[in-house]
Design a protein around this ligand. Sequence first.
Ligand SMILES: *Cc1c(COP(=O)(O)O)cnc(C)c1O
Length: 359
Amino acid sequence: MARVYNFSAGPSMMPESVLNKAASEMLDYAGSGQSVMEMSHRSKIYGTIIEGCEAVLRELLAVPDNYKVMFLQGGASTQFAMVPLNFMNTGKADYIVTGQWAKKAYQEAAKYGDAKAAASSADQTFTYIPKVTPDIIRPDADYVHVCYNNTIYGTHYNTLPDVGNVPLIADMSSCIMSEKVDVTKFAAIYAGAQKNIGPAGLVVAIVREDMIGNAREGTPTMLDYKIHAENGSMYNTPPAYSIYICKLILEWIRDEIGGLDKMNELNKYKSGMFYDYLDSSKMFRGTVVKEDRSLMNIPFVTGDEELDKKFVKAAEAAGFVNLKGHRTVGGMRASIYNAMPVEGVEKLIDFMKDFEKNN
Ligand SMILES: *Cc1c(COP(=O)(O)O)cnc(C)c1O
């Protein structure tokens, strides 16, 4: 069996050592005589898994004690509703619209109150991050929502948005654990797991305590952060196996990579190599302004749709899969998440050089 290099935007590659560990523990987890999928989520042994997962997450990101960490379901998309239901307390929130996910979050909030697109980069097909300064934010907004890394368009906030005293909320689905972030700058952070930290469906929410407990009337129980915070993510049956995989991936970052600074260095090295090649190529070019480039998602084009198609097909045949750009953008996109090996990027660049020579 040959494993492919999967450049998908998500779900994406996982570290092979994690997959092997999970496989070896599939039938008998730590002498329990059962798979993690079979055990009671209220058992002592499962308690060590969910608590262990939270502990590594807190350690890696240096999450302060006055933040709750929750393991929830419904993907990042469910957070688009949970955020306004829980935080839009006076009915006003500002959104920075930097792509499809940011727009979906904004549209969801608009169902519940006065959501305002305070800035947008739609005018340039989301190829840059608009400057976020306090003067574009309504000072009485309940929060400002940003999408920290724009998975589809390949942009990233390389400087922290400045929103003054308004609470800042970030969707970090496609960059969580790729770099250090100062959690204290955010009132809440959430991330779907399937890009960098686990299987699809699981979403991690990191919420400052003072933000919790103000959900609007009529909020479904399952969409109230307070319920999950008070019950240690065990109000109902949590996505137990996904949390176990998340723990293994976080331990891989800590123990095999050496922590978030090392992870970030490696991500800069991998993406740097790819951007350098794009910048030197006569056939391929990146689509994002340099200062807002993402380490994780790199969209690129040849400028000729037929040639793009030919490239994607040839790459697939050579074992580099899911390089087609998002259906709304076209072209190509290489998603180089944490678990993509250096060798995968090197080989893709070699393949692109050959393709360039022969076409
Ligand atoms: C993938 C992604 C989502 C959607 O995640 P689901 O788990 O499919 O709901 C939301 N935001 C960003 C930034 C993403 O990359």
